[in-house]
Structures are given as structure tokens and as C-alpha cells.
Design a protein around this ligand. Structure first.
Ligand code: ZN
Length: 397
């Protein structure tokens, strides 16, 4: 894999964004279950604090009547388009965008912000699927996956995304999502905290100038993320999906990169990954403003290991399962994922669920418990059952 290359000014800028994050992050947003009204409150107050830099235009409404807005920053010739949360339960980048706007509002005279605002126009649709966000669900209120509606355009949300893309013909696009937190970077055992993709625009995965430029942007993103999460960046599945937006927006002429926010140890609310999104989105806008991304080594992107699904939240290794009948004992690993639910009072609960039992030696986990030499009654290790982990472990003798 090529070597990390950040221009010294990019290095300083992104490191400063990272180190000073607590001084500018949007403190009102503390949950990834943030709803449309909360987001709009933050957006309005940010706009009021930088009226001549940031404009908000309501471009339409969701099917349930929530406003969908286009934020516009800067007045430069290079157009950068970002859209987040077309899947309602994938809010990490939306939070990162709010932090990014907050940074800009507090640093309007910094050299990097001035460069971004003079060389680029940043167009942002935060929370494209506010009805899904309200329910914390993937799909729109119609029950449709907006990311499979790029051709048929049945949902208002998909129509607005397409209309905005076509109205501005941006050179650069950022398609911002969350992926399941339990993906790994190839067989490394490392969680895929960020997965990147310069989507294909046909089944042959051909290359044209638009896609090559997207790969350079993706390679620059690898270099921006790496100092913070070295070894935790994967490449998302690059099969062409004819109905998806990223693939089509690439095809329509906007160099598009998909950024998927995955998992990080002890960060179920993804607040660390939100910070990384903020740093990377600002960092890449700066690299585009200076054209520095043009020099990036595409192999930095192309040689990323694939996103791989072989991880559980917890693995209890090598426990002996005993049976009350004549069945002989067996040694097994137990895979447990933490499942999130919301109780009647709105509080988030995280419960362990047994999702695999057997030889899990090819799997990795955020937490590993060695239970070799211990035994447990097999009746307390039922597939798909919800378990109290401490209690389960206390039952191993
Ligand atoms: Zn998604």
C-alpha cells in the first residue's frame, strides 16, 4: 500500500480540528436518535451566527411534511455536494456536519476556512430522510429504501436529491451513511470504523475521469483518517447496484465517495466516529479547495482490505457445555451481540443476545472472555436468547 501523504498544512489543519474538537462541537446534540426538529434548531442558530456565509433553502418536504433543506456555504467555483441520513437510523454524518458548520462559524477568518469558502461552494442536504429519523428506521415513511429509488424516483426524498444534483451538477459528491458496527477490515480482526467506496457506475466497474477523480478523493480520505484510526479503514463492496444513488450520481458525472461510519470499541452512540466525520469532511473540503487531493495515490484507496462480516460484540471462548441428559459435554465459543431497544420511558437499553455457538475461532470481537476450563449448563446458552452477561459468566464454574 502506498504511503501516507498529507501536505503539511493539511496535516496541521486536521490535527487541530481533532485536538480542539471539544471547543466547537455542537453540545446540544448528545444522542444519535436526534430528530428533525432538534437538528433544525441547531441549523437555524448556526445560520443566524453566520448569515453572510451560510444560507438555508427549503427545497421540499418529506412525505409527512418535514422540511428538507439545502444548506449552502461559500461562493467558489468547485461545487461539493454532501447528503446524509437517507437512511433514518444512520445519523453519524449528520452530527458530524453540524459540528463542521459550528467550526466554520467560529473560525471564519482562519486561512483554511477562507480558502474553502472562496474556492468551493459546499451544498449540504443534512437528514434527507427526516421521517425515518423520527422513527429511527432505515426506510422512508412510505416503507421504501430511498437508496433503491434512484431510478424510479417514487419517494419525494429521492426526487429532491436527484433534482438538487441535476440543478448544480457538482463535481464532488459525498454519500454519507452508517454501516453495521460489527464489520472488520478484511481478516485483520480490526473493526471497520470507516468504510470508503468510489462506487462503480456499471457492472464492469469501468473507469472514467469522474470515477478516477472519486478514487483520488477516497485516497485522500484514507490519508486524513489514518492518523486517528490506522488499520480501521476498509473498502465497501464495489459491486454495481443500478438502483442506488451513489452509483448513479457517479454515472451522472459527479465524482462520488461513499463514507460509511461503522463501529469503534466502547462507542455505541458513535460520538467518536461523529468527530472523525467532522474532521474528515472539513479536511477533504480543504484538500479540494487547494487541489491537493489531485496528487493522492489511488492505491491508498484501491488496496484497502474489504469490509468483512466476521465480528461479534463479545466472544466467550472455550466453555464446556454440559447437558442434564446423557448427551456428552462439548466445548464451544459463545458469540453475543448487544441489541439496542428503547423502553416505554424512552430510555435506550442494550441487551446481550446469543447469536452464535460453536467454533468461533475465525471471528473477532470488541470484547473477549476466556472461559477455558469452565463449564456451564447448556440450557442457559440458547441461540437467540437475551442474556445478562455478568449473570451468564457467573454461572460458569
Ligand atoms: Zn445507509
Amino acid at each position: 500500500m502506498g504511503t501516507l501523504s498529507l501536505h503539511p498544512q493539511e496535516k496541521t489543519f486536521t490535527q487541530t480540528l481533532y485536538d480542539s474538537y471539544d471547543s466547537y462541537r455542537v453540545k446540544e446534540i448528545t444522542s444519535r436518535r436526534m430528530k428533525h426538529a432538534e437538528m433544525m434548531k441547531v441549523v437555524s442558530s448556526l445560520q443566524a451566527s453566520m448569515k453572510d456565509i451560510l444560507s438555508i433553502e427549503e427545497i421540499g418536504k418529506s412525505s409527512e411534511g418535514r422540511s428538507i433543506n439545502l444548506l449552502k456555504l461559500g461562493s467558489g467555483k468547485k461545487r461539493i455536494f454532501m447528503w446524509s441520513q437517507m437512511h433514518g437510523d444512520e445519523p453519524t454524518a449528520t452530527m458530524g456536519i453540524l459540528d463542521m458548520l459550528s467550526y466554520i462559524s467560529q473560525h471564519t477568518t482562519s486561512a483554511e476556512v477562507k480558502k474553502i469558502l472562496s474556492e468551493t461552494t459546499v451544498l449540504i442536504i443534512p437528514m434527507l430522510n427526516p421521517d425515518g429519523a423520527e422513527r429511527f428506521q432505515r426506510r422512508s415513511a412510505h416503507g421504501i429504501d430511498i437508496n433503491r429509488d434512484a431510478l424510479r424516483l417514487q419517494t419525494n426524498e429521492a426526487q429532491l436529491l436527484k433534482k438538487t444534483r441535476d440543478a448544480y451538477s457538482p463535481e464532488f459528491g459525498f454519500n454519507l451513511h452508517d454501516q453495521e458496527p460489527r464489520y472488520t477490515v478484511g481478516s485483520s480482526g480490526n473493526a471497520a470504523t470507516i468504510a470508503l467506496l468510489a462506487p462503480a457506475y456499471d457492472h464492469a466497474k469501468s473507469e472514467n475521469a469522474v470515477r478516477v477523480r472519486a478514487k483520488k478523493v477516497a485516497a485522500k480520505l484514507v490519508d486524513i483518517f489514518s492518523p486517528f484510526i490506522e488499520g480501521h479503514i476498509s473498502r465497501y463492496d464495489d459491486s454495481f447496484e443500478p438502483r442506488a444513488f451513489g452509483d448513479n450520481i457517479q454515472k451522472w458525472g459527479t465524482s462520488t465517495v461513499l463514507i460509511e461510519s461503522g463501529g469503534w470499541n466502547d462507542d455505541p452512540e458513535k460520538m467518536y466516529i461523529r468527530k472523525l466525520n467532522c474532521v474528515a469532511l472539513l479536511g477533504i473540503c480543504y484538500s479540494i479547495s487547494t487541489d491537493e487531493f489531485e496528487k493522492s495515490d489511488v492505491t491508498r484507496y484501491e488496496q484497502l482490505a474489504d469490509n468483512t462480516k466476521n465480528m461479534y460484540d463479545i466472544i466467550i471462548q472455550g466453555v464446556k457445555l454440559t447437558f442434564t441428559n446423557s448427551t456428552a459435554p462439548v466445548v464451544a465459543d459463545i458469540g453475543i451481540d448487544m441489541e439496542e431497544s428503547v423502553d416505554a420511558s424512552g430510555k435506550i437499553q442494550r441487551n446481550g443476545k446469543i447469536v452464535d455457538v460453536g467454533d468461533l475461532s475465525t471471528y473477532t470481537s470488541f470484547r473477549t472472555v476466556d472461559a477455558k476450563g469452565k463449564s456451564i449448563d447448556a440450557s442457559s446458552v440458547k441461540m437467540e436468547s437475551i442474556v445478562d452477561i455478568e449473570k451468564l459468566m457467573a454461572g460458569m464454574k
